[in-house]
Design a protein around this ligand. Structure first.
Ligand code: FES
Ligand SMILES: [Fe+2]
Length: 327
């Protein structure tokens, strides 16, 4: 599960004020909540009294404006340090739960899961936040697959041919270039499309924003982030795919969308653009559930360089070893 890598657990907009949310990382469960000031906290999800899930409880606002999470079983309250106040004596205890260490950068909530950091947090999301409009998040899903399989799918430039074929009317994938910079890489390929049929446009109006040839530029930050740089006459889109190893068997993924409109029509399409990304993730999650795990790969296709990049980085993590995979 690549301990020592940073994972983006959430964008602040994914949390509702004073509503506990359950998050998983490295096989552990946490309760995460945001108070009215926007401060985000996370504690192990197990109540130290009798083991109830704190994420099933609620938040209690304090006089200073912060909030505590309240256990749904016997209503013990825990502050962000994991301390509780005992009913009766009214004494505040020492921390009973060790908070999960979060690194907050603007609206981005990162964590190393309490492990020693081995690689840095990518800067690029902060740049997007400064330069583009935040359109929203979508496709938040826990997929029953391991991290490696999830990443292989994301860096598989041939799966558009099958998994996403009908959605985008893709004719073929014309691979152009791969630039390997260790844990950072770029992939460029073109996908000519057949003309969208009216019924498809009605179903997914966002495909109106797609050009005749989708020129894909993927920018990858191993292991947690893949960015689809999309450009069409009506909009520039930065579609950021995030990954989180919830456990050995489950991997969470979601999309954060940033963009710049070049035409007012984009504002009407916003929800549809998010819906389209959601559909894409649905298709990926679906196929990942229909693969026999640990099947030895006997056939290799052209342009599997992205997957080679994932495998190399996975095996040598946190180091980067030869070969250089640029082509
Ligand atoms: S189990 Fe949480 S207060 Fe009792
Ligand atoms: Fe996909």
């Amino acid at each position: 599960m690549l301990t020592g890598a940073p994972w983006l657990l959430a964008h602040e907009s994914m949390l509702t004020v004073n509503q506990p949310r359950k998050v998983f990382l490295y096989g552990a469960d946490y309760v995460m909540w945001k108070d009215a000031s926007g401060a985000v906290h996370a504690l192990p999800n197990v109540c130290p009294h009798m083991g109830a899930m704190l994420s099933e409880g609620w938040c209690e606002v304090q006089s200073n404006g912060t909030s505590n999470v309240v256990c749904p079983f016997h209503a013990l309250q825990f502050d962000s340090d994991g301390c509780t106040t005992l009913p009766g004596s009214g004494n505040k205890t020492l921390p009973q739960l060790q908070p999960l260490e979060l690194i907050i950068q603007g609206n981005f909530i990162w964590s190393y899961g309490g492990c020693e950091p081995k690689i840095p947090i990518p800067e690029i999301l902060n740049e997007f936040a400064a330069q583009y409009e935040f359109i929203g998040f979508t496709g938040d899903r826990s997929v029953k697959t391991d991290l490696l399989t999830m990443l292989l799918n994301m860096h598989d430039y041939n799966h558009q041919n099958g998994t996403h074929r009908t959605l985008f009317e893709i004719q073929e994938v014309q691979f152009k270039q791969f630039i390997d910079r260790g844990h950072h890489s770029h992939a460029y390929y073109d996908m000519p499309r057949t003309k969208s049929k009216l019924q498809d446009i009605l179903k997914n109006p966002a495909i109106l924003a797609l050009p005749k040839i989708i020129s894909a530029h993927l920018e990858n930050f191993f292991p947690a982030l893949v960015i689809f740089h999309g450009k069409s006459p009506i909009a520039t889109i930065k579609q950021c795919h995030l990954f989180i190893p919830e456990s050995e068997t489950h991997t969470r993924t979601y999309v954060l969308m940033f963009g710049k409109a070049h035409s007012p029509i984009v504002h009407l399409l916003k929800q549809n653009i998010l819906k389209l990304a959601d559909l894409v993730i649905n298709q990926d999650a679906d196929i990942l559930g229909k693969i026999y795990p640990d099947t030895p790969q006997k056939i290799k296709l052209n342009n599997e360089v992205g997957m080679d990049w994932v495998r190399r980085n996975f095996e040598s993590f946190p180091d980067v070893v030869e070969p250089n995979l640029s082509k």
